[in-house]
Design a protein around this ligand. Structure first.
Ligand code: SF4
Length: 204
């Protein structure tokens, strides 16, 4: 089960059958997704979830509003996230939408060296965001994977990649949850293990 941060900020540990009981933080989909392709918008599971769960959509909008005030955002996340939280999934929905927002997460991750953070992003395709993402993913307690779909160019070689199985370029380990091998990401651990390799997802 997953837990979402909730303050005025929505950081949660409420549970999600896939991720496992880890902390998660989300933003509204589409408006925070500068790298989203048409394919991604068409298949976005987060947007479907937000349509079904209006309370979550509203919480994610509040998270976005707060994130526009970087100092307050960083302070509120650090206040909401327990010191001993082992693992945070950044963005079950939403994405890194600006360099300033990436820098906020850099500050959060640096302040919590004992916590592991992981994220999938299409924002790598936006040149203006790449330097901030490179800085974020250079931290030893952070794994950022480049999400890729058939409409996107390949990411830089050094990036771990999260493929969609219908992409002819797909190579890597099939997601163990989707294969029925594990109950959750927490049990699997592959994506947030340092330099573990690429992952391949089925279409949601
Ligand atoms: S490969 Fe493992 S860690 Fe990655 S998404 Fe699938 S279950 Fe989660």
């Amino acid at each position: 089960m997953e837990q979402e941060f909730a303050v005025p900020l929505c950081l949660s540990n409420a549970g999600n059958t896939k991720v496992g009981r880890v902390w998660t933080f989300s933003l509204p989909s589409f408006v925070t997704c500068p790298g989203a392709s048409a394919w991604c918008r068409q298949h976005c599971y987060a947007a479907r979830f937000e349509r079904l769960r209006g309370n979550c959509r509203r919480a994610y909008i509040r998270n976005l509003a707060l994130s526009l005030e970087p100092d307050r955002f960083v302070a509120d996340v650090l206040k909401s996230l327990p010191e001993d939280a082992p693992l945070v999934r950044v963005h079950v929905g939403g994405d890194f939408y600006s360099a300033e927002y990436c820098a906020s997460w850099q500050g959060i991750c640096q302040a919590r060296p004992g916590t592991r953070f992981w994220a999938y992003t299409r924002s790598w395709v936006t040149a203006a965001l790449r330097p901030a993402l490179e800085q974020l993913r250079s931290l030893s307690n952070v794994e950022v994977l480049a999400s890729l779909d058939p409409q996107m160019p390949p990411p830089p070689e050094s990036w771990r990649t999260a493929f969609i199985e219908i992409d002819p370029r797909a190579s890597g380990m099939p997601c163990r949850h989707q294969q029925g091998e594990v109950d959750s990401c927490l049990e699997c651990g592959y994506c947030f293990r340092e330099n573990a390799g690429n992952v391949v997802f089925k279409v949601h």
